[in-house]
Design a protein around this ligand. Structure first.
Ligand code: 76R
Length: 283
């Protein structure tokens, strides 16, 4: 609202807190207090909505920053935001502004999650790909023109892949599924006491299942060890809730999930333009 002082995203005298690679990601879920909202005059309501609209535009105009707006699919939460931005100071300032954007006590936080985009530990290195796939499986001679071409293709593919993992450009697919997840650490099912080669083999199985959903499910995996309760945030983008249910179900049979995964609460939202979102939320 107009009389709420707006914190500046990150004044230039505060050092930037950007990870040395990747972006910070904040998932923010709110419930709307309709009793508080009803106390506002029509003019105050109009101003509140203009305020949030301007804030969304300002956030989206910030370099390297994305903001997804979600109508949440059950009374667990009404309104969700996913904010991706490098600097934690900026993320923090925007988060405070979002919370106050419709006026004090209108947006009540019900769940939130802090994580960082990350590259995968399990993707093959250039040397492994050359030895195992190009020489081992395809029988190419090291240094031959075919070998060099295939290695260049690998480099290009990996550059795209790593860029998307660390700096994803999220499409406007309507369905968003978010849940936090950890790998189990109990008794014989301790992911962290498995040797790397074993973990990599298991993750290859996971990725094989995942790839059968290409074009239907897009995953954004963000790491949160040391940052929040679980070890990863799983954000799935889809065009059909059927595919969300199908992939999560199918992965329950995959050893990585069946034996080693613990999950938090699930949040399902729909990406919508802000004006539609206001009407949806009866604001
Ligand atoms: O990034 C890649 O595409 C490479 C292969 C890959 C990795 C490294 C991959 C593929 N995933 C990776 C890592 Mn995933 N993923 C999940 C879940 O509900 C469940 O049972 C698990 C939640 C889903 C649905 C999913 C989907 N993945 C991870 C990690 C990090 C683990 C670590 O580092 O130890 C987690 C927590 C995780 C969880 N995965 C895919 C998918 C899909 C759809 C793919 C294919 C992506 C594609 O190739 O287009």
């Amino acid at each position: 609202m107009s009389d709420t002082p707006a914190p500046v995203p990150n004044p230039s005298d505060i050092p930037v807190l950007a990870p040395r690679e990747g972006w910070h990601v904040l998932h923010l879920f709110y419930q709307i207090d309709h009793a508080q909202w009803a106390c506002l005059t029509d003019e105050e309501k109009r101003q509140a909505k203009v305020g949030l609209t301007e804030l969304v535009s300002e956030i989206r105009a910030t370099p390297d920053t994305q903001l997804l707006l979600l109508a949440m699919a059950s009374p667990k939460s009404d309104l969700g935001f996913i904010l991706l931005t490098p600097d934690l100071q900026t993320a923090n300032a925007y988060e405070k502004q979002i919370t106050l954007s419709l006026g004090p006590d209108i947006l009540n936080p019900v769940y939130s999650y802090l994580s960082i985009t990350e590259r995968s530990e399990y993707t093959p290195t250039r040397e492994e790909h050359a030895a195992e796939v190009l020489i081992g499986q395809k029988g190419l001679a090291e240094g031959s023109p075919e070998f060099e071409t295939a290695l260049k293709e690998f480099d290009t593919r990996m550059a795209h892949y790593t860029k998307f993992r660390l700096y994803p450009a999220l499409p406007d697919w309507p369905v968003i599924c978010f849940y936090p997840m950890s790998k189990r650490r109990s008794g014989n099912d301790n992911w962290y006491s498995l040797p790397f080669v074993e973990r990599r083999k298991l993750m290859e199985g996971h990725a094989r299942v995942g790839r059968t959903y290409a074009g239907r499910i897009l995953q954004m995996i963000t790491g949160s060890t040391g940052l929040d309760e679980y070890e990863w945030g799983v954000t799935l983008l889809a065009k059909d809730t059927f595919d969300v249910k199908a992939i999560v179900y199918e992965m329950r049979f995959d050893e990585v999930s069946a034996r080693y995964a613990d999950f938090g609460d699930f949040y399902i939202g729909m990406q919508l333009p802000l004006d539609v979102l206001f009407r949806r939320l009866c604001l």
